[in-house]
Design a protein around this ligand. Structure first.
Ligand code: DGJ
Length: 743
């Protein structure tokens, strides 16, 4: 631990005098250690220091001058209250929303933290909960309030290759018998600007991650969830653009529970962003000697939104995804839900499996309805054994039959819920969230199981493991169709800790299962995409994006989701056309829009005529040929449908720029034709151009063009709508995919 201010150089973190510099490939973060010169100084003998953030932006490596680093002026020198604090607390005199609030045993809520020192950790600070893996280096800063004994450890980990910095805090009670902390943000990031654009990704069931942007020049903006999970409503990912310096910042949280992102703009000072667990209903007890580690907050800064998206994708693929699935191609799956719902029956499933194999599908998934007491959604959750009436020869035999056809096999579970009408509830009502005196609030006839109870985790681990082993599962769809209403554990957990301990229980179960079965692929889901976050992605490399696979809505859901999360994580299926939404589209268009992620088909394929199955087979052949490019290629927005809701187009480019796919979508009939442009190609290379053959389109393209022609002039595809279709106004989506390859 060092308080010293001498010069030393250590790869990505170095310090000089009272500055600490952190460098990723293209960004720098600088802290300044300052002498505390506030008015009580006359009563205090020893020197005291505090730490502030002086810069976060594009790399300073070039300009680094040990004597006088060119940093943003902060106006008031040594004014603790208005300074760019990274760990503000109530009672330290600062003027903005604080990141730490502790109720002390002497009934005060004052915490005054002073800087004590720092050290550098090779790699990251290990934690058992979800975290970014393989940090390059970590700066560990220690602050302490000597009066209350509250100690705060800040860990800033560098992910050099992705240009991402991750921060978490550990709060330690060193002195009091017990204290209660009410708020502990993981990250406090000051921004030197008084006018910001904030972008969030909000929605509801079937409308996940819709982009919204607002301008804030004064006041406090909050993006949060208090439903027990990260939620459909407000994803924890936010972008903040500094309108004065034109810098783009983005933040996320490696957490699946209640989150809160606060942006405060002070017209006379600066702005700041707080990211962490939501303090709504939160109160955590720390006995003497105990500590609490916050989840990790992720931050990135860049000069454009495109750059932000690239860095976030890179970071998630390299540092969040389970290493057994890092850049590993995801299988093409068949899912029974849309085609069969609860009408699960061995004979028809085997027939579907035959068709699935015939068209090239690789993984066969039986969704809800396979287990005991589950004729519909009113019963059975918790009874994780196969229904013998539906699988007369048992699930083991059924799985063998599927494998014999050359398909992998997967099943659906909803571990965090329990049906009142279930054997588990009858035997163990104490496993459910039941507040004494109240009828539990049932939604979809189900209540939430008490994931904070160790016995529940043991039960679920045992039951799920049994099925995994019996059926030799390759895949699990992990659903969660609830919000928490009856937050309660009869094991005596304090109510202010419950929501956090619930999600810790979910993580423990996921951790035990993924450790025991490292090759098991888990796809998470939460009534569609209601828990799309970095905490869940740490265990489940892909997430079902939405129950809405209608091409029109899916375009918006994909466009929003891919701002923050890479294609490989985004579960998307071709299902039957939804005429009910008024936006109908052909099988080819449904493929073009849904194939951009972890892909599959979700309909009773037996109902498709020979012609459609032929189309599906060709689609799957195309997908297999370009799967790695589609799932892991560098993703660029060309036409963002949140900017102009008539078009959505994007490009995925291979790392060596030798191959790319341009996907173009017209989102309503009769929109003006446009030229469609590539991005990210090698301007001087010559590319062969090939349109994905579609049953409803036959366009002759120039055989070859240079990268710069493809990017600057683009391709004129004429009108995209299906000329043969007289009923044009009942359809709504027209799309194409163009593949280019360097000659
Ligand atoms: C909600 C999911 O989003 C659907 O895909 C499906 O798995 C159902 N639950 C099953 O109950």
């Amino acid at each position: 631990m060092s308080l010293c201010f001498t010069h030393i150089y250590i790869t990505m973190i170095n310090f000089d005098k009272n500055f600490i510099y952190l460098h990723t490939k293209n960004t720098s973060l600088v802290f300044e250690i300052k002498k505390y010169l506030y008015e009580d100084e006359k009563y205090i003998k020893e020197d005291r220091y505090f730490i502030t953030q002086r810069y976060y932006g594009p790399s300073l490596k070039e300009e680094l001058s040990p004597k006088e680093p060119l940093l943003r002026p902060n106006g008031s020198s040594n004014d603790y209250c208005n300074d760019y604090l990274i760990s503000s607390s109530f009672g330290n005199g600062n003027n903005s929303e604080v990141s730490l609030l502790v109720f002390n045993e002497n009934n005060s809520a004052v915490t005054r933290l002073f800087y004590k020192g720092f050290d550098i950790i090779k790699g990251g600070k290990d934690v058992k909960v979800p975290h970014a893996r393989n940090a390059s280096e970590t700066l560990h800063i220690v602050e302490k309030d000597d009066v209350s004994g509250i100690e705060v450890h800040l860990y800033y980990s560098l992910f050099e290759d992705s240009d991402v910095i991750v921060c978490k805090k550990e709060i330690v009670n060193t002195k009091q018998n017990v204290c209660f902390f009410r708020k502990a943000s993981s990250l406090e990031c000051p921004i030197n600007c008084k006018n910001v654009l904030i972008t969030t990704f909000d929605g509801a069931w079937t409308k996940e991650r819709t982009r919204h942007t607002l301008n804030l020049s004064s006041g406090v903006f909050v993006n949060q969830s208090f439903l027990g999970s990260s939620s459909h409503k407000h994803n924890p990912y936010i972008e903040v653009v500094d309108n004065e310096n034109k810098l783009h910042y983005a933040f996320n949280l490696v957490y699946s529970g209640n989150h809160k992102e606060t942006v405060e703009v002070n017209p006379t000072e600066h702005s700041s962003v707080l990211v962490g667990i939501n303090d709504f209903g939160f109160e955590y007890a720390l006995n003497k000697g105990e500590s609490f580690m916050t989840p990790e907050a992720v931050m990135v800064v860049a000069k454009s939104t495109d750059e932000i998206t690239f860095k976030m994708h890179n970071f998630i693929n390299n540092h969040i995804i389970n290493p057994s699935y890092r850049y590993k191609d995801r299988p093409i799956l068949f899912n029974s839900w849309e085609g069969s719902t609860f009408k699960i029956e061995e004979k028809s499933l085997l027939e579907m499996a035959d068709v699935a194999k015939q068209v090239g599908i690789e993984l066969f998934v039986v969704d809800d309805g396979w287990f005991s007491n589950r004729p519909n959604d009113q019963s059975g959750l918790g009874d994780w054994t196969a229904d013998n009436n539906k699988f007369p020869s048992g699930i083991k035999k059924f799985a063998e039959k599927i494998r014999e056809k050359g398909l992998k096999f997967g099943l659906w579970f909803e571990p965090e819920s329990i049906s009142i009408n279930s054997d588990l509830f009858r035997k163990h009502p104490e496993f459910a969230q039941l507040v004494p005196g109240y009828n539990p609030f049932a939604r979809r006839h189900q209540i939430v199981i008490d994931m904070a109870n160790k016995k529940v985790i043991d039960y679920l681990f045992e039951m799920i493991s049994k099925v995994i082993e019996e059926a030799e599962l390759d895949y699990i769809k992990w659903d969660y169709n609830r919000l928490i209403t009856d937050a309660y554990s009869n094991t005596g957990i304090r109510c202010g800790e419950y929501m956090h301990r619930f999600i810790m229980g979910t993580y423990e179960l996921l951790d035990r299962l993924t450790t025991k079965y490292p090759n098991l692929l888990i796809e998470s889901c939460s009534s569609g995409g209601g828990r799309y976050d970095l905490g869940i992605l740490y265990y489940t490399p892909q997430i079902w994006g939405s129950d809405n696979s209608n091409s029109f809505y899916r375009s918006f859901i994909a466009c929003g989701t891919l701002s923050a999360y890479p294609q490989s994580t985004f579960g998307a299926h071709v299902s039957r056309d939804y005429s009910v939404t008024g936006h109908r589209s052909s099988l080819e268009d449904r493929f073009n829009i849904n194939c951009l992620g972890a892909f599959g088909y979700e309909m009773d394929l037996r109902q498709d005529g020979k012609e459609d199955l032929e189309i599906i087979k060709k689609q799957i052949d195309f997908y297999k040929k370009h799967r790695h490019l589609i799932q892991f290629g560098h993703y660029y927005y060309v036409d963002n449908c949140f900017d102009d809701d008539r078009y959505y187009s994007f490009v995925v480019v291979s790392e060596n720029k030798k191959e790319a796919i341009l996907s173009v979508v017209e989102l309503s009939p009769g929109v003006p034709n446009k030229t469609w442009k590539f991005k990210g190609l090698n301007p001087t290379a010559i590319y062969e151009i090939e349109m994905r053959p579609q049953a409803n389109a036959d366009i002759k393209l120039l055989p070859k063009l240079s990268g710069s022609e493809l990017m600057d002039t683009g391709l004129d595809l004429g009108s995209l709508y299906d000329e043969k279709d007289n009923n044009v106004f009942q359809k709504g989506i027209y799309s194409r995919m163009i593949f280019v390859k360097e000659v």
